[in-house]
Design a binder for this molecule. Structure first.
Ligand SMILES: [Zn+2]
Length: 462
């Protein structure tokens, strides 16, 4: 009997020990000012290839163009052995994406982002011979309108770090993209200047691996910039701080590290990678691999009454054994619409309807109209007409849920948009970046992001 218990105990432990830690290692390859940064990118790409590790290089459009102009086929080829992403066309030349999109709505902002960013995307694709598979914003210059534009450009992974939106320090689906963002303690990097001792970083890494081993797996996000290895300051900080504009001939070179110092930095990165490689249940993945290791975001079909009960309490994503549903996925199921990705509403609707109940035939017409709106536009309506008055989308969703749970007279309910908690309230802090104008605090972008919270749900490892 004791043997059986011991066997069972071991089996349970083995099952629990299956969680794999994936590490996505990415490099923002952006310094088009100092050519020494080209060599740094080459060195990193070559070192990692020699270590048998594939990374992701997010390349700025102008960086790709200067590599081509400087005849650096060696750099282009070395980076091409890794995964290629996109890191905006000009990075720090104003208007930065968030500055540019601050006063745009969702749809026109997406068109504007595409207008400004498609050229760089196509240059990176042409110069590297492959379309970039992911995007991440320069600095903290994030904007929710980029999600729709990126999908139109064929990009499905948002790979960066930021404070604007996030859940549980792990990847999420947001705006129809797989988001690696706001990774908290799972955003790990060995400090190049050793202000944080290497041993402490390794301890943080090992703690994460242990946690994921016991909890079914997870992702660590690690990033550097090739320019950091060879400079003590950023190329853009010395030229474009606080929205500064300077002629190209007047650009200054950032302060370089000595060759010995640079060598030490390359070795910090190699040491970190070597440490990760000592663990059998750690696997390096690229942005491309992420789409393979995370499950398809198509939601499972769930009992409507369960969905209605969930929505009546709080309008947010729902995780069940078979998968995850965003609030938008849930609304589509409640409306008997086929599953598809739809964007959130483009503005914040309000409820002007004041009676406690709604006539059946008026509500039925409203439901049909919402279905037609979604099928036509592929985004959610901001408000729903009940006759000449309106319900905010949240109140409509809660009212519909209540009506499904207790058929009879349609009673007006107030919706609780719980998913809004996953979007930052602090525009100043979330958009803090030396390149942005001083005091930059685009609350409008966070308000748009909250509307897109309808699309947010956790990403689940396969
Ligand atoms: Zn950058």
């Amino acid at each position: 009997m004791m043997k059986l218990i011991l066997c069972l105990f071991l089996l349970v432990n083995l099952a629990a020990a299956q969680g794999v830690t994936y590490v996505v290692l990415w490099f923002d390859t952006e310094d088009y000012v100092d050519p020494i940064a080209d060599d740094a990118a080459l060195r990193i790409a070559t070192d990692l290839t020699n270590l048998g590790v594939q990374a992701t290089f997010k390349v700025v459009g102008e960086k790709a163009r200067v590599l081509e102009r400087r005849g650096r086929q060696d750099v282009i080829q070395a980076l091409g052995k890794h995964c290629i992403g996109y890191h905006s066309d000009w990075h720090s030349i104003q208007p930065a994406p968030a500055v540019n999109l601050q006063h745009f709505g969702f749809l026109e902002g997406a068109a504007e982002f595409e207008r400004k960013q498609r050229r760089g995307f196509e240059d990176v694709a042409r110069i590297f011979g492959v379309p970039p598979v992911c995007y991440g914003q320069p600095g903290s210059s994030w904007a929710p309108q980029s999600n729709l534009a990126l999908r139109r450009m064929g990009i499905h992974v948002y790979l960066d770090e930021g404070k604007q939106v996030g859940y549980n320090d792990q990847p999420i689906w947001f705006g129809g993209l797989l988001y690696v963002f706001s990774m908290g303690p799972y955003q790990i990097r060995a400090d190049l200047d050793k202000q944080v001792p290497e041993s402490e970083t390794f301890r943080q890494f090992d703690t994460a691996v242990k946690h994921f081993r016991e909890s079914g797996g997870g992702l660590i996000s690690t990033y550097y910039h090739p320019t950091e290895m060879v400079h003590t300051e950023f190329w853009d900080a010395v030229n474009f701080a606080h929205g500064a504009m300077r002629k190209r001939e007047e650009w200054s070179l950032p302060n370089r590290r000595s060759p010995e110092e640079a060598e030490r930095c390359f070795n910090v990165l190699k040491g970190y990678v070597a440490h990760a490689k000592t663990m059998p249940d750690v696997k390096f993945v690229t942005a491309n691999d992420l789409l393979r290791i995370y499950a398809n975001p198509m939601p499972p079909a769930v009992d409507k009454l369960q969905l209605a009960r969930h929505f009546k309490q709080s309008i947010t994503f729902l995780s069940v054994a078979a998968g995850d549903l965003s609030a938008a996925d849930i609304l589509l199921q409640l409306l008997n619409l086929p599953a598809e990705y739809v964007d959130g509403p483009t503005s914040r609707g309000v409820t002007t309807y004041t009676d406690k109940t709604i006539s059946d035939f008026v509500f039925d017409a409203a439901v049909e109209d919402v279905k037609s709106f979604i099928e036509t536009n592929h985004y959610l309506p901001s408000e729903v007409f009940v006759g000449s008055k309106t319900l905010s989308l949240a109140d409509f969703a809660a009212t519909l849920s209540e009506h499904l749970l207790s058929p009879g007279p349609v009673r007006l309910q107030q919706g609780n948009l719980a998913f809004e908690q996953y979007v930052s309230n602090d525009a100043r802090a979330s958009f803090n970046w030396l390149i942005h104008p001083e005091g930059f605090a685009p609350n409008e972008l966070l308000a748009l992001a909250r509307l897109q919270g309808w699309t947010l749900k956790p990403a689940r490892l396969r």
